[in-house]
Design a protein around this ligand. Sequence first.
Ligand SMILES: [Zn+2]
Length: 336
Amino acid sequence: MRNVLGYILVIICIVFVLPSIFTKKREKTAKVNEVQNVEENKKEIVKYDYSKYSNIKLYHSKTSSVEEIPIDVYLYGVVSAEMPASYEMEALRAQAVVARTYTIYQIIHSNGKHQEGDICDDFGCCQAWISKDDRLNRWDENERTSNWDKIVEAVDSTQGKIITYDGAPIDAFFHSNSGGITETANNVWGGANFPYLKCVETAGEEGYSGYNSEVEFSREELLNKLKSKHQDVQINFDEENCIEITEYTESKRVRTIKFGNIQIAGTEARSLLGLKSTNFSFEINGDKIKFIVIGYGHGVGMSQTGADSMAKAGSGFEDIIKHFYSGIEVTFVNEL
Ligand SMILES: [Zn+2]
């Protein structure tokens, strides 16, 4: 009888208890798989289909070669070349959207400027770009992974997004430090103005290294710099107002400046004298002429330090973009 009871217990165990233990284990495994699938699916889902803008043809200016790469992979190289990875995530996101907009604009308006390429890697012509290997090598070893991941997140989390005005991508100019107020495009390059590029003020840029700078020349050095373009320049340094700022732009940058017998644009003075911006004043002390400069760059469109300063104060990337570009929308590229 005991034996029979024992058998019954063993059978109950086999039939009911053991399967439930295995089932639990299987359920657990299934849950892990499910989580992994969700993660993989997430990655799948966030991949934006750029349709005709999937790949861009990058013209390498040093080798005159053209490389075709996925647009966001190209943008990892642009954002990491154009903005310090130490900047706030929202500033990096704004930079990613601005750079993507600039890229799409170049694709649409390239006009064969870069042979077979859509855009080049020269910051003086289009926008800066750096390969992943070169980028990683220039960062300290202990921050390589975290910096790169941050750049990738800034680009990936804004996939497909660009800035439009009247339903078309804008010419998304940007620069380093506006010195507190941005400049309009026509004051820098002449021509027609862009309705979305107005003078806007931003607080907090004075805390960044490019905000203040000075350049000092002897009289002779100054004359030589000017003579590289204007051979007939003469300055009588004994005369009062021998150097004089004759007009300012709306953003208080130098529009025109007189050096002795010549008058040149502030933008030309900036390039001839190597000043960081056209927001400058000067002092003459004996043989020395000192230029005191505020801000860094042409001043048009988004200020990168302004973007970082806004992000630090709590602004999101769309707020930052809407601050620097007037009357625009942040939309998906396929909705053009
Ligand atoms: Zn270019």
